[in-house]
Design a protein. Structure first.
Length: 401
């Protein structure tokens, strides 16, 4: 079954859960993106799926929920997710710690109409992030149909969200439809509206996808976090013990390319940064003087020139997004981030925060996309692997079911 009801081009040809004929006793696998911890202060990544889960449960469907959390080797049990959903949904919710093999298949068979079972963390398997087809086939044994939620992992071709679509008809949850439609106004270049991107955090996609893309589609880019550290390193500055992320050489190559050729965007690098040792007092240094030994960049100092540029754009009207905290907010280094958010919350600016970590660490109660990496991937490419997989799933090949 194909649907053309989505307003964003990326949704064309994608089967939608809202259009699926639901019936009592149907066995559904819900692929979620509950990459949170029990101590997480915000629950958007959990709560964004409640409406879709409620739709299935009210129809009497039998729902097996799969989600990732953490990394292989450190992934947590998801009993706390089941507890959260049990408190929010007017339906029975159970937890089963394994998600493959005969024991998991038997538990899935015993799910009753209108019942949800949260199965074990998909990242307990090394093959999850590799998109292992054999693992995807085991996940597929938990049900007959797949509801694809979890926008936060839509940019990753994993076994539980992309690989599984080779074995079961898939339908896109409204939680993802909302994210795609939310992001649409921030996609592509706009000649009639100024565009500002703030890129921070520690994940490599902020450089590999975000920086590489927005330099050609946006007007102003303000780097922070690992993106800033990588750019400073590419310019030949000493960055001391500053964090460079999990793929430093790939990110360095992108940074050098960005610095080595003309782009649409103006790159606003700071003149000063805040540095600190692992323990001990922080201090401000000039970028040109380098980071002292044993110190790391923990925040940026928003220069007078950057303030003036952003104030001018904000006065004229602009769209802006922040992807990743520009400083080490979790350690209390929030000054640079606070100044940037203040500048971009002018009445004429439409500001969007990308990712749960960004929203959790910055002073913001406006629009938030639950997927940082997924949002950047969508803004850069106009689609995501999870959407592409749905276009090729059995649901699009079999016609209406």
């Amino acid at each position: 079954m194909r649907s053309e009801t989505g307003t964003a081009p990326a949704l064309r040809g994608v089967p939608l859960l809202r259009d699926a004929p639901l019936g009592r006793g149907q066995r559904w696998i819900y692929s979620a993106g509950f990459n949170v911890t029990p101590s997480s202060r915000r629950s958007e990544r959990l709560d964004t799926e409640l409406a879709d889960l409620g739709l299935l449960l009210r129809a009497g469907c039998r729902v097996a929920l799969l989600s990732h959390q953490g990394e292989h080797g450190t992934a947590l049990a998801l009993d706390f997710v089941a507890d959260h959903l049990r408190a929010r949904l007017a339906a029975p919710v159970d937890y089963h710690p394994v998600n493959t093999g005969p024991d998991a298949a038997r538990r899935a068979e015993r799910i009753g109409p209108g019942e949800l079972v949260v199965f074990g963390n998909t990242r307990h398997h090394a093959g999850e992030t590799a998109g292992d087809p054999a693992l995807a086939a085991e996940f597929a044994a938990l049900g007959d149909l797949v509801a694809a939620g979890g926008f936060s992992k839509a940019h990753r071709a994993h076994a539980s969200n992309v690989g599984i679509m080779a074995f079961r008809p898939g339908f896109l949850a409204d939680s993802v439809v909302r994210e795609v439609e939310l992001l649409a106004p921030w996609a592509g270049a706009r000649d009639n509206l100024a565009s500002v991107a703030v890129l921070g955090g520690s994940k490599p996609e902020k450089t590999l996808t975000g920086l590489a893309h927005v330099m050609d589609t946006y007007d102003v880019v303000v780097p922070g976090g690992v993106v800033l550290n990588t750019l400073l390193r590419a310019k030949g500055y000493d960055v001391g013990g500053s964090e460079l992320g999990s793929r430093p050489e790939e990110c360095l190559a992108v940074a050098r390319d960005v610095l080595g050729r003309p782009h649409r965007a103006e790159l606003l690098l700071p003149d000063e940064v805040v540095v600190a040792p692992p323990t001990g007092p922080a201090r401000t240094v000039r970028v040109s003087d380098g980071v002292p030994p044993g110190h790391a960049v923990v925040d940026l100092v928003v220069s007078a020139a950057t303030r003036a540029r952003l104030t001018h754009l904000a006065t004229r009207g602009a769209r802006a997004f922040v992807a990743g905290p520009p400083g080490h907010c979790a350690r209390g280094f929030t000054t640079g981030s606070g100044h940037l958010v203040d500048l971009l919350t002018a009445p004429a600016v439409d500001l969007l925060l990308l990712g749960g970590d960004t929203a959790a660490e910055l002073p913001w109660d406006g629009p938030v996309s639950t997927g940082g990496g997924s949002a950047l991937h969508y803004l850069a490419h106009g689609t995501c692997p999870a959407l592409d997989a749905l276009r090729g799933s059995p649901a699009t090949e079999e016609g209406d079911t």
